[in-house]
Design a protein around this ligand. Structure first.
Ligand code: PLP
Length: 457
């Protein structure tokens, strides 16, 4: 920080402030974690200076021998950890990993001369006419994925993301009474819609998904089955999700982020069998910019950590903690989507407290509790204000908090939400954003949160 501060002190200050925030607040964002010092250090070094378009042993630049070593090791750890035939560790994020997978599936499945021409050449050599032909050939392929309000992700064919422009998308939701995926309904939607790609995986669904059944559904309509395990990759790595709940043996292709429950650097990864490996390896330069060798090094370190026996213990504690948090909230009267959890996240329906997700998120933040608002199934408040708060345990579990601390956390969350009331706009009408919370109570909870964390420096 001294070196950084010598160049741009405001950046050094921002880093210090971020560390202080992460130390002092209850970090309950389900997609965040604390990467290890080894992982962080692997990212801050000279590997960052190297260009390495292409893949191991087939680069568009000279002098990539050390990047080859790094990428090969990261891929080896990924294959061994997840039992996958092939691993591609270049994607810079989860969205990029999905983009690589979509292109690989299209290239594999669609009889498209323009696409084959594009795959055979460097992306810079494609002409305008090539791109138009490509658009015509690929324009009406279909994707069936989980709806956003049921917990699916934007990249699973929704309009604010390019996947919604690449694919004609239809969604499956969850059962309105149980909140669970109804596999018969998924099968029915697949029979009607006949998608090229069936996507499973989620950002805000607090339950396991049976990937064996989903694969059977995909096979019954000839779809490629893709699982985006970004959120629960750590639970797969730690062997909490096994058998029907482990996506790797069931899916044709699996994508993930490396920074959520897996606890690595920010980044993405694709796992697949030999059939799709060649296409996946064309990710850079087809849809990705040059790889980030320093981040691949950090992925290798984090994956090596996840192969150690204590990671399985960590993954089990994530779920135990999430269940303890859910029970603590339920006991205090909170309304939870699906009535609980069997993974790392809990979705509180805050309409039970008379609040929108946005009001609840801000009131919790005022009280030193960092969460994010999230839609609930059939959300009456839409995707911006929402009616839910998503909380997850990967980060606090890394810090060492256990079952009793989860009960204390549930008490803090419930105290804030039950003491917050919806506010009104300037004209006296109900507001979805304004709220009223006694600042003294917010301060008190914030101090209690800091005290709780002081036991886990
Ligand atoms: N896929 C899922 C299921 C996610 O939850 C997320 C992130 O929230 C992503 C993909 C995108 O990951 P990234 O933010 O690294 O692009």
């Amino acid at each position: 920080l001294e070196v950084i501060g010598g160049v741009e002190p405001r950046i050094a200050d921002a880093i210090r402030a971020e560390l202080a925030d992460q130390r002092q607040s209850l970090k309950l964002i389900a997609s965040e974690n604390y990467a290890s010092p080894a992982t962080l250090l692997a990212m801050g070094n000279w590997l960052s200076d190297k260009y390495a378009e292409g893949t191991i042993g087939r680069r568009f630049y000279a002098g990539c021998q050390n990047v080859d070593t790094v990428e090969a090791l990261a891929a080896e750890h990924a294959r061994e950890l997840f039992g996958a035939a092939h691993a591609y560790v270049q994607p810079h994020s989860g969205i990029d990993a999905n983009l690589v997978a979509f292109w690989a599936i299209l290239a594999d499945r669609v009889e498209a001369p323009a696409l084959k021409r594009a795959q055979a050449r460097h992306v810079n050599d494609l002409t305008e006419a090539d791109w138009f032909a490509l658009r015509r050939e690929l324009g009406d392929q279909r994707m069936l994925g989980m709806s956003l309000d049921a917990g699916g992700h934007l990249t699973h064919g929704f309009r604010p993301n390019i996947s919604g422009k690449m694919f004609d998308q239809r969604s499956y939701g969850t059962d309105p009474t149980t909140g669970l995926v109804d596999y018969d309904k998924v099968a029915e939607a697949a029979r009607e819609f006949r998608p090229l790609v069936l996507v499973a995986g989620y950002s805000a669904y607090p339950r396991k998904v049976n990937f064996r059944i989903m694969r059977e559904i995909a096979d019954s309509v000839g779809a490629t089955f893709m699982v985006d395990m970004a959120h629960f990759a750590g639970l797969v790595a730690g062997k909490v999700f096994t058998g029907d709940f482990d996506p790797v043996p069931h899916a044709h292709i699996v994508t993930t982020t490396t920074h959520k429950s897996l606890r690595g650097p920010r980044g993405g990864m694709v796992l697949c069998g030999p059939e799709l490996a060649d296409q996946v390896d064309r990710g850079c330069p087809m849809v990705l910019g040059g790889p980030l060798p320093h981040v691949m090094a950090a992925k290798a370190v984090a994956l090596a950590e996840a192969r150690r026996p204590d990671f399985a213990d960590y993954a089990r504690r994530i779920v135990d903690n999430a269940q303890a948090l859910a029970e603590g909230l339920l006991r205090r009267g909170a309304k939870l989507v699906t009535g609980g959890t069997d993974n790392h996240l809990v979705l509180i329906d805050v309409t039970g407290y008379g609040l929108t997700g946005r009001q609840a998120e801000q009131a919790l933040l005022d009280s030193g509790i960092v969460t994010n608002r999230n839609a609930v199934p059939q959300d009456p408040n839409g995707a911006w204000y929402t009616s839910g708060i998503r909380i997850g345990t990967p980060a606090l579990t890394t810090r060492g908090l256990g079952l009793a601390d989860m009960d204390a956390t549930a008490e803090l969350i419930h105290t804030v939400l039950s003491q917050t009331t919806a506010g009104t706009g300037p004209d006296g009408t109900a507001s979805k954003a304004k709220y009223v919370l006694d600042p003294a109570l917010a301060d008190k909870v914030s101090r209690q949160a800091t005290d709780l964390l002081a036991n886990f420096p």
